[in-house]
Design a protein around this ligand. Structure first.
Ligand code: 9MR
Ligand code: 9MR
Ligand code: ZN
Length: 782
């Protein structure tokens, strides 16, 4: 159908472009609004900030209702000292009026400008200003000739202008920026395309529950699922469940197409709505995704040559690192770059290691030896080779007394360059007890998982774990915070008790020794799969430990803690408009979603109850496109995925590295791009595919790793699942009247079944009246 094709293309085109905003305004404005909200400094520095680098030093405050920047060192560059106001919108062809009063306690020049905040830092307007103690009023209009930039920055470069200067203060007051003529401005749509039919863009396992969201529905009542190869309708269903979804500010309807189980490619239509993106149903639908989430870690490797057509590079960060506060240097090369930056931090590294090893433990057959890393084909699953690369680095981070250094980075984040171009001095920061306990747990896991692969390595890891444990026994809570001269990631904490809990559980699992059990019994039960709260890794260690005595109080406490959380997530997932366990979206919300999916998947493993598996997969679907943004949050997968992640290799190469899960929705608007693009957005839609949006669009190793774990758990089927009992139609573990009613309702066309394998009682390939008769007989015989 030609008509159909055209509509689909338009939707796709729109989906790939961010266009510009409709602002209700025309022509010359008599009383235009001041685009600077804190312009007279009656209430402090709010909205204003300073910046220093390359030797520059300054402090920002207010003094008698003026902004005051006191400079103690002008540094070596013109922008070594800066102050400014973040996020002003400049529209192409708009005429702007800029005005402010400025002075300096010593005579000097500064540069006053509005510039791009990121990219090339081009100036849209620029003036050299000769300042004296006498305030001067700068007052002029300019036309924005460059492309519209809604996140520009008003900046004053106060670094060196060639001469030495004594300590001095620059004062600023009465700032105003107004758009005075927009008659030549061409306002268009700002928001990214939002598909009206929302699905998991990667796809579904054949037997999974499958639900689409429909929005902007007017009078449609039905939807159709089409085979994408033939356009033929394979299924028609009714919309149901109209709801007012305030978190996304929309009205949602639902369509259940779980009955479509035949492997293939499909799309969904509904009246005049744009067609859904194409998705796949199949047993192997997540296979490539799984491989790529792990392959991405190879591309994050530090300290070795990385071979790849696009992201390959020579060895980086191989110089000796200085131990903070000393002149001593050590070799801490190796490991994975943490995120969009090139820091290497023990605490989040340990979370990644735990997720990946437990992902492997859950479903070893999903992990091959042929994903294209240098170790492929060596007879060891690639995931174990990859994790070992991180573990080898972690071992270098252990000091002689058993304590573990918190992190290694340069003093500041680098520019948007490939890793080998970050060449500042590497600094190892002091030991923390959180890093030491996380290290202890990771090394205990390493002992267990590598014993069959390389016994000598495994023994060394256990010895390292024991030394870390010894250090923890001697040293109390040593929680890390950055020294003031280091500005890279903090990964701080409030306490280390959950890290100690995880270490004790993992040590008990690795060794079976009473000491660790006793230690564990003396601790409070703990939870969390974040980098800051890790107690559930301790719970997982116990709950999935071979031959553990399940009558142990610590086992029972772990089981209760896990199932209680899972029950909460079942409720929150099933009452959420998009089937996601969380309703508050913070930095890295996609990790929180994946973590919830992991807890649900473990509950399914423990109980075999279908409700847990459905909720596990529902949270996965959210990450892969079934969300109000209509974005598959993994680069390179689905129809619309992040093109501009905050990730230095992707930014340097101008193309997104595949297989990376971005942080996702964050309603706190914690970077300039988020502030500019997401102001006023409903909270569940606060995500922007912009490379400057590190608070919504960065990537990390420990956001990827719970996705790998979630994928592994999503594909699990417990061997003796009561859910697959013949006759257990509702999957609750019993065969009773409720199953009979459900099967009857199914045959009447009123409900869909997710446990069809249990419904085909006479095993003739279809579910029909014969099965109903047989179930009746079974119940009569009970
Ligand atoms: O604002 C600076 C601009 O004038 C320079 O051309 C640019 C060169 O890289 O650096 C800009 O400063 C940025 C710094 O490099 C990184 N952090 C944000 C700074 C912008 O405020
Ligand atoms: O993942 C971290 C998130 O939970 C915090 O809210 C945020 C701000 O402190 O920092 C995140 O971690 C960043 C780290 O500090 C440096 N590397 C990139 C990480 C992801 O943005
Ligand atoms: Zn590196």
């Amino acid at each position: 159908m030609e008509h159909h094709r055209i509509r689909r293309c338009t939707a796709l085109l729109a989906a790939c472009t961010i266009l510009f905003a409709a602002v209700p305004m025309t022509g010359i404005t008599a009383d235009a609004a001041n685009l600077i909200s804190n312009s007279t400094f009656d209430s402090g520095t709010s909205g204003w900030s300073s910046y220093r680098q390359s030797g520059g030093n300054c402090t920002l405050s207010t003094d008698s209702g003026r902004l005051a920047l006191t400079i103690t060192d002008v540094g070596t560059l013109n922008y070594s000292v800066q102050f400014g106001y973040d996020v002003v919108p400049l529209y192409q062809n708009g005429v702007y009026h800029l005005q402010y009063d400025i002075s300096s306690t010593v005579d000097r020049t500064v540069e006053g400008m509005i510039q791009q905040n990121g990219g090339t830092y081009q100036a849209y307007t620029w003036k050299s200003l000769s300042l004296t103690a006498e305030p001067q009023t700068v007052d002029y209009t300019f036309t924005m000739t460059a492309e519209t930039d809604i996140m520009a920055k008003l900046v004053f470069n106060c670094g060196t202008q060639g001469t030495e200067l004594p300590e001095h203060t620059i004062y600023l007051d009465n700032v105003s920026l107004e758009l005075v003529d927009d008659s030549e401005v061409n306002y268009t749509e700002l928001r990214a395309y939002e598909p009206p039919i929302v699905i998991d863009q990667v796809g579904y396992l054949p037997e999974s529950e499958k639900i689409a969201v429909f929005r902007t529905v007017t009078d449609e009542t039905e939807f159709s699922v089409h085979n994408a190869a033939t356009d033929e309708v394979v299924y028609t269903g009714a919309l149901y469940g109209e709801r007012n979804n305030s978190s996304a500010d929309e009205i949602d309807f639902y369509g259940d197409f779980s009955d479509v189980t035949e492997p293939g490619d499909y799309y969904i239509t509904c009246g005049d709505l744009d067609d859904s993106y194409t998705f796949t149903i199949g047993d192997d639908v997540y296979d490539t995704l799984m491989d790529e989430t792990v392959k991405m870690l190879y591309l994050q490797r530090c300290g070795c040559e990385v071979v790849d057509d696009t992201f390959g590079h020579v060895a980086c960060h191989n110089t000796p690192a200085v131990i903070y506060g000393t002149t001593q240097t050590i070799d801490v090369s190796g490991g994975w770059h943490d995120a969009g930056d090139y820091g290497r931090y023990v605490v989040p590294g340990a979370k990644a290691v735990a997720d990946l090893l437990y992902a492997y433990d859950t479903n070893p057959e999903l992990f091959g030896d042929d994903t294209g890393i240098p170790e492929s084909g060596n007879g060891v699953p690639d995931i174990l080779d990859e994790v070992r690369y991180e573990l080898e680095w972690m071992r270098k981070m252990q000091s002689e007394n058993g304590g573990v250094y918190h992190k290694v980075t340069c003093a500041n984040f680098p520019g948007y360059v490939m890793p080998e171009y970050e060449t500042d001095q590497l600094i190892v920061t002091p030991v923390s007890s959180t890093a030491t306990a996380d290290f202890c747990a990771s090394m205990a896991m390493a002992y267990e998982f590598y014993l069959d692969v390389d016994a000598a390595f495994a023994q060394e890891c256990l010895a390292a774990a024991e030394r870390a444990w010894g250090y923890l026994e001697e040293n109390p809570n040593l929680v890390y915070t950055n020294p003031t001269d280091i500005t890279t990631g903090d990964y701080g904490d409030y306490s280390d008790w959950d890290e100690r809990y995880w270490a004790a559980a993992q040590m008990y699992r690795a060794t079976g020794e009473e000491t660790y059990l006793t230690a564990l019994e003396g601790m409070r039960i703990s939870s969390g799969l974040d980098w800051t709260t890790v107690g559930d890794y301790g719970n997982i260690a116990l709950l999935t430990m071979d031959d553990i005595d399940t009558t142990l109080s610590v086992y029972e406490a772990a089981e209760n803690a896990l199932l209680r959380q899972a029950d909460g997530f079942v409720t929150s997932t099933s009452t959420s408009a998009y089937g996601v366990a969380i309703s508050k979206f913070n930095w890295g919300s996609n990790m929180t979603v994946a973590n919830a999916g992991v807890i649900l998947g473990l509950a399914y493993q423990l109980t075999g109850e279908a409700q847990y598996l459905n909720a596990t997969q529902s949270n996965l679907h959210y990450l892969l496109g079934h969300n109000p943004n209509g974005v598959c949050f993994v680069t390179g997968f689905g129809t619309v995925s992040p093109q501009n992640p905050h990730h230095r290799p992707s930014m340097a190469k101008g193309t997104a590295m595949p297989g990376m899960l971005v942080g996702g929705v964050n309603s706190n608007l914690e970077d300039s791009a988020a502030k500019a693009y997401l102001a006023g957005m409903p909270e569940a839609k606060c995500y922007v595919d912009h490379s400057e949006s590190y608070s919504t669009n960065e990537i990390t190793i420990y956001w990827n790793s719970p996705l790998t774990y979630l994928l592994s758990l999503s594909e699990t089927t417990p061997e003796e699942s009561p859910a697959t009992l013949d006759g257990d139609i509702n999957g609750d573990g019993n065969i009773d009247l409720a199953d009979l009613v459900m099967l009857q309702q199914y045959l009447l066309g009123n409900v869909s079944l997710t446990q069809v394998q249990g419904a085909d009682l006479c095993a003739n390939g279809t579910i029909d009246g014969l099965d109903l008769a047989m179930l009746r007989q079974m119940l009569a015989a009970q």
